[in-house]
Structure formats: structure tokens, C-alpha cells
Design a protein around this ligand. Structure first.
Ligand code: G6P
Length: 485
């Protein structure tokens, strides 16, 4: 029968990712304040982490100026939340995080070669940091544990762990797109990265296209062939497959029904929309992969082309600060600030401002009330591994209307084909979709949403994690079957 790995204390799960699910800061009372960090990875893994016994290991430098007692309190506060810290040297951290992870892998994998830097020093720091993570896992791991490594920051970790723990169950999941071979081959370190990932028993991606691209690079760069995603790396059987990440559907559906949230929704309606004024929403980290300037330019063109909508729609633009020390992000911030100013300066009237712009992260209830209050949700990234915002929006409109405009460049569009899909590079197409979305009859909205909502309620993040871990256990059984012969 199936072993329930998540509830079994002898088969503990160690989640490893660059970022812990909390940001930790000292508070006034000599303790520490924990706030949830943002991004799809954390949202997806939180429920799994909450299961007793499971540990999350990630980068956390202790706050400056702690004495011994303070350090002990810091350790305890982390341990109470089932978190284990990996400490990084300041200079290495910068070269690894801002450098190789976010100035090489992130832009290249999202198809932005113009933002991609190839820097040997950053690569060397990336190697050192991956080794640090290995040491931290080894200090924690007990026989029988499953280690699940996440995302592009840690592509070398699976094979580093494999060398030390030849029989361990090791999974790897990439939360961003895996690019085609022509793009991936640009990396001077392509072979090392490929080998690094292949240390895992199971390699997961959000979409089949990423699986295909990975397998093609696998064949051409390290000469490893596969059959339906099964391959042999150094004689060891491994599996590559797609596992599309979902959300904690009930959490959003139920939150949207809370009286406090309903009150916020009413307030929002009264504040933004005088009679008949519609709300269009977009929410994301401030990132060039999200297509924010393109979306703003499309909105400007929309107001030019359909002047009857002036005064009758507000675009609520929420951008969450992210990676502010990376030059391309700072430049984007400036560009978005200017575009919002330009559009508001051009179209505003005494009692209407077309773009309502926020640069901050929102508390959960605020976010949910914005989702619930919005008639149209614009999710138009130029490239996105999965995207959970569109799923959260649909959950907040459970059993109801509301129109989702979704980029076909987001991994989520493979599952959400009833949405109004757009090519974010096609401005005319986006302008048309905005108009169609605003004018769509309620009955059609519901008809489109219902099947998507049903799927999302079924394929939750919890189910995703369970399927991945079951598949990882299955790989172990197949390996055992082979060695028994
Ligand atoms: C994406 C990545 C995550 C990352 C998140 C937030 O979702 O896949 O690995 O944690 O963005 O970015 P940050 O750089 O702030 O961790």
C-alpha cells in the first residue's frame, strides 16, 4: 500500500529553497517578527510545511548585533516554526542571489537575454552557496528522510547531495520555465547545471513544454536519452515529469466570504467606483517578466480607442517590491512610475483617475477583497512559469462571475483555457480583450469560470505536493526493483 510520507515521522520531509516562508526581523520586545514572504513557491508549499515533523531549510542570516543569548533566541524562534537557517557570507550571498540566480538564470530562463549577464565570479559563488546548502542539509538529514529541493537557486544541490547520500530520496522542482535548448546552451555552465539537477530521483516542472525542453537539453548536452521521461543518469533511474502547481482553493474561497472582507469590498466599490465604474485589477511582484509597461501601454491605447470607457473603469495596479538591488528591477520601477504618471496626466478628469497605483505588498484580507471587488483580472506576463494570481482570483469568485484575461505565456494558461487568453506582445489583442472583458455578460462570465473553478478546487497545492511525493516514492520502488534483478 501507499506510505503516507507526510504524516509519517520516520519519513520526514525536508523542504529546501533559497527563501524561507518568512521574513524575520527583530521587534521592539527583543523577540523576532515573522512575516510571510511572497511568491508562488512559498504559497504552494506552505500547507505541506504545516504538516507536523516537516522542516523547511533556507537562507536566513541572523540579524546584526545579536549577543549569544540573542542568537539562541533567534535559533529557537526559527525552530518553533520548523525552519532551519542556512547562513551565507555577505559577498557570496550577493553574487549568488542578485548575481547568478537573478541576473543570469532568471532572465535567461524567462527569455530576456538582454538582461542576462554571464559572470564567472557569480558562477563560482553560486557553486559555493550550493555547497553550503548541501552541508546544512547533511547536518539535518536522517536516514529515511525525503529531501525536496526547489527552484533555480539550487540547481547543483541534487547532485551534491547525491554524492553524500547515494540512496536518499531526492526530488527537484523548478518553479520557473525551462527554456528551449537554443537558449539554455548559451550558458557556459550548462553541463554542470544539467548534471546538478540529474542528481535527483524525480525532476518536476509546471508544464509539459518545460519537460520537453529539459529532456532535449539532457540529450544534447549530456547525451542522456529518455523514454517517456524515464532516464538513466550515471546508471541510476530517474524520472522527469510535469506537476502543475495549484492553490489552497478553500482558503481564498472562504476568505472572500468573510464579513470583514465583504465590508472592504463594499468600501472599495464606493471609493473607486461611483455608479457603474468598473474595476480592473493587476497584482504581481515588480518584475520585467510580468509585462507591466506593456499592460499600461495597452490600457492607454484602450482609453484612446474606446473613449466611452473614460470615467467608467479604473485600473488598480498593485506591484510588490522585489529584488530592488538588481539594476534591471530598479530601472523597471522608474519606467512604471513614469508610465503611470503619463497615463494619469493624459486622461484624468477632476473626478476620475484611470490608474490607481500601489507599490507595496498587501495584507491577505486586503488582497482578497481587491480580488473579490474586481470585475476584470489582468494577468498578462510576457513569460511566467506558472502564475497563481489568476487562480487566486478565480477562487475568490467561486460560483460567480468576474473575467480573467490571461497571457498564453503563463504556465497557468495550459489549465485555464476558458479564460480570455491573450498574447501579451500583441497590443491590439490586449486592447480588444480589455473591452471584451468589460462588456462580457454575467452569464458568459459564470459559464467560463465554472469549469476552471471546479478544476482548481480539485487540483490544490496540497494535491500537487502529494502527487510529487508519491511519484518520488514510486521512483524509489522502481530503482529497488531494478537492483533486485
Ligand atoms: C518566484 C520564484 C521563487 C521566489 C519568488 C520571489 O516565484 O520562483 O523562487 O522566491 O519568485 O522572489 P524572491 O527573489 O523575492 O525570492
Amino acid at each position: 500500500g501507499k506510505v503516507n510520507r507526510m504524516d509519517n515521522p520516520h519519513n520526514r520531509l525536508i523542504i529546501v529553497s533559497n527563501r524561507l516562508p518568512y521574513r524575520i526581523e527583530p521587534d521592539e520586545r527583543e523577540g523576532f517578527a515573522f512575516t510571510r514572504t511572497v511568491g508562488g513557491l512559498v504559497a504552494g508549499l506552505e500547507p505541506l510545511h504545516a504538516q507536523p515533523g516537516n522542516v523547511w531549510l533556507g537562507w536566513a542570516d541572523e540579524p546584526a548585533g545579536l549577543d549569544d543569548a540573542g542568537r539562541a533566541r533567534f535559533e529557537r524562534a526559527l525552530a518553533e516554526r520548523s525552519c532551519a537557517p542556512v547562513r551565507l557570507d555577505g559577498r557570496d550571498a550577493e553574487l549568488y542571489y542578485e548575481g547568478f540566480s537573478n541576473s543570469t538564470l532568471w532572465p535567461l530562463f524567462h527569455g530576456f537575454p538582454q538582461h542576462t549577464r554571464f559572470d564567472e565570479e557569480a558562477w563560482e559563488a553560486y557553486v559555493r552557496v550550493n555547497e553550503r546548502f548541501r552541508d546544512a542539509v547533511l547536518a539535518l538529514a536522517r536516514p529515511g528522510d525525503t529531501v525536496w529541493v526547489h527552484d533555480y537557486h539550487l540547481m547543483l544541490l541534487p547532485s551534491l547531495l547525491r554524492e553524500a547520500l547515494p540512496d536518499a530520496s531526492i526530488g527537484f522542482f523548478l518553479h520557473i520555465p525551462f527554456p528551449d535548448y537554443e537558449t539554455f546552451r548559451m550558458l557556459p555552465w550548462r553541463r554542470e547545471l544539467m548534471r546538478g539537477v540529474l542528481g535527483a530521483d524525480l525532476v518536476g516542472f509546471h508544464a509539459y513544454d518545460y519537460v520537453r525542453h529539459f529532456l532535449s537539453s539532457c540529450r544534447r548536452i549530456v547525451g542522456v536519452e529518455n523514454e517517456s521521461g524515464t532516464l538513466f543518469a550515471d546508471g541510476r533511474l530517474a524520472q522527469v515529469d510535469a506537476f502543475p502547481l495549484g492553490i489552497d482553493y478553500g482558503r481564498y474561497r472562504d476568505a472572500a466570504r468573510l464579513p470583514a472582507v465583504r465590508r472592504l469590498v463594499t468600501e472599495l466599490g464606493e471609493e473607486k467606483g461611483h455608479e457603474g465604474c468598473k474595476l480592473m485589477l493587476s497584482v504581481e511582484r515588480l518584475d520585467y517578466s510580468k509585462g507591466i509597461p506593456e499592460r499600461l501601454l495597452a490600457f492607454d491605447a484602450f482609453l484612446d480607442r474606446f473613449p466611452e470607457w473614460r470615467g467608467r473603469v479604473v485600473l488598480v495596479l498593485v506591484t510588490v517590491p522585489s529584488r530592488e538591488n538588481v539594476a534591471s528591477y530598479a530601472a523597471l520601477k522608474k519606467q512604471v512610475d513614469e508610465l503611470v504618471g503619463l497615463i494619469n496626466g493624459k486622461h484624468s478628469t477632476m473626478d476620475w483617475t484611470p490608474v490607481d497605483y500601489y507599490y507595496r505588498s498587501l495584507p491577505f484580507e486586503r488582497l482578497v477583497s481587491l480580488y473579490a471587488a474586481s470585475d476584470v483580472m489582468l494577468v498578462t506576463p510576457l513569460r511566467d512559469g506558472m502564475n497563481l494570481v489568476c487562480k487566486e482570483y478565480l477562487a475568490c469568485h467561486d460560483g460567480a462571475g468576474g473575467t480573467l484575461v490571461l497571457s498564453e505565456m503563463a504556465g497557468a494558461s495550459y489549465e485555464l483555457h476558458e479564460a480570455l487568453t491573450v498574447n501579451p506582445f500583441d497590443q491590439e489583442g490586449v486592447v480588444d480583450a480589455m473591452r471584451r472583458a468589460l462588456e462580457m455578460p454575467e452569464a458568459e462570465q459564470r459559464r467560463r469560470n465554472a469549469p476552471m473553478q471546479e478544476r482548481l478546487a480539485r487540483y490544490t497545492s496540497e494535491k500537487w505536493a502529494r502527487e510529487f511525493l508519491d511519484a518520488a516514492a514510486d521512483v524509489k520502488r522502481r530503482q529497488a526493483g531494478l537492483s533486485a534483478h
